[in-house]
Ligand binder design. Structure first.
Ligand SMILES: [Zn+2]
Length: 86
């Protein structure tokens, strides 16, 4: 992503994508903006667990399996399921 390890450790730039959705270890779902600063800058939540980025395939699987479309618990952001065809 063009950010060096040193920059990341100093927390200069968020490493999470604001537009993406992330699942935390306890199953909560947040967009990059609302993941919490710890996760935004380190990729790990305050308990030290890695947050995992949801892919479009993950979201589709969740809808198919659980009838639940993941969304940010703070702002309600959902992943854009329309894939860009290149
Ligand atoms: Zn959000």
């Amino acid at each position: 992503m063009g950010i060096t390890r040193g920059q990341r450790e100093r927390g200069e730039k968020p490493i999470l994508d604001d537009e993406a959705l992330y699942l935390t270890d306890n199953g909560a779902c947040y967009c990059g903006k609302h993941c919490g600063n710890m996760a935004r800058y380190t990729g790990r939540d305050i308990s030290g667990q890695k947050v995992s980025k949801l892919t479009i395939a993950d979201v589709r699987a969740s809808i198919a399996t659980y009838k639940w479309e993941p969304e940010c618990e703070t702002c309600g952001r959902k992943l854009n399921l329309i894939e860009v065809v290149k």
